[in-house]
Design a protein around this ligand. Sequence first.
Ligand code: MN
Length: 293
Amino acid sequence: MNPLGIHALVWAGDVSPESVKKIISSSKEAGFDLIEFSLHEPKPLDFGYTRELLKEFNIKPAFSRGLAFNADVSSDDPAVVARGVALLTEAINITQQLGGDYFGGVPYSALGKYNHPITAQGRKHVVETLRRISGEAADKGVKIGLEVVNRYESNVINTARQALELIDEVGTGNLCVHLDTYHMNIEEVDFVRPVLECGDKLGYVHIGESHRGYLGSGTVDFTAFFHALAQIGYTGPITFESFSSTVVAEGLSNDLAVWRNLWNNGMDLATHAHAFISAQAKGAGLGITDRPY
Ligand code: MN
């Protein structure tokens, strides 16, 4: 069965000890196996305390972040690229220290709206950076995921095919594609073909509604998506991602354009999401090998 995950921002926008306790205990209570922590602004997270709680609640961590315009590995400026590389190195180290084996998100770009296409030099910097950090991450037992995001959040890759081309160009084995139904709904032709094209290069999945609120209340065709996951025999994590102005993380919420209230009660949202994802997975036959059809 695929590990089911939930983004920490459903519970809290900071990583104070009280918030970390809430994030970990609430995720477990809602039935999840994995928590995705954002390292968008890595505030002093208490490593020992967090590791202990993760162990106590028997829940796995995954980590994600995007870069910033002044620390961007897709920039033409080597000094800006170097600041981006430093953020990535830090994120990989945190992932390892907290016992995680996955760091994903947007390690190839700033998270935001560019006002120009990527340059040839910028693209070269992305490839060189990913080659370097994926090697370093491999030595630490950390896999790097390239989340395919929409055109308003990056100008480097916006479709699964572009992610696969980038991975080919980098040419290391430690990169995978990370698909998110919220972004797919904006950029892809449908919810099936990108999944089939990725095949075993798909390493991580975000389940998000078209407005990032309650699953089933928007326009994403989850049935098609889960059937495609079943068709490729996807065994990786499936992580629920949802954002509301109820829970705000300084910086990240603004970069993700979280302007509206989509929900008030994180526990109600999360238990519904767990039931929804489980039902979709079971209906599609994900991980089930004895279906007669
Ligand atoms: Mn996502």
